[in-house]
Design a binder for this molecule. Sequence first.
Ligand code: NAD
Length: 249
Amino acid sequence: MKRLEGKVAVITGGNSGIGLASACMFAQEGAQVVITARRRDILDQAIEVIGHGAIGIQGDVASLEHHASVAEELKRRFGGLDIYMANAGVITLQPTAEVTPEDYDAQFNINTRGVFFGVQSIAPLLHDNASIILTSSLAATKVLDGHAVYAGSKAAIAAFARNWALELRARRIRVNVLSPGPVDTAIIGKLGISDEHRPDFLKLMSDMIPAGRLGDAEELARAALFLASTDSAFINGIELHVDGGMSLG
Ligand code: NAD
């Protein structure tokens, strides 16, 4: 029996990196996968890759209207859902002195507010025993240069998870955090590092990771699958560090 047979799983930002790898794995494990992304064309490409009847809903997680339309669409098509993975996220590395209110709002609106209101809007539709997975970051626990705003936007996630795990206990809904270390996805290309300096940057990161390398999106997807499935049925409110040991030192 597949591990997510008969389950409806929603993954925000499911068109790329960790979200796409998780969407593919959840679909292979029998879930009806629904992904969200901002652009219709990339949504359509991702749906092709995921296969298994996956569907896409276009929109921006920073928008409350988008979350309302996701909830409406889920209710109409499936009646409810079993897995919600709040995965969409952005990063801009900047020293604090250079951060503008616009930079600050852009990261918090997507990484923090987007997670909060996404969960708020789908919570009434979650079936009993559902699993919520919130993607945070190693940066929420380990201090890294230029990460103050991003780290702050992700640090709230663990607090949300712990509060929601108790708020939703009557329905046996579990809420856990997936906390990736550096993973070689598109987000690395958005750090403002030129192609020329990318190999040096990746080497520097690898040297900081006890595993001696960056993570792979599939390794994160496997951890997400664990949190989504009954394999983790007695685990609630935790932060699962999938970072090759980088948070240790
Ligand atoms: P990625 O850039 O491949 O994926 C990010 C996804 O978020 C994309 O699908 C993107 O379209 C989506 N997204 C961004 N803004 C959005 C918005 N406003 N509305 C809807 N979707 C939006 O990068 P990834 O590495 O797969 O990142 C996934 C999550 O993992 C993010 O939350 C990121 O912060 C977190 N993370 C990544 C790493 C890493 O090293 N890759 C490390 C720690 C945490």
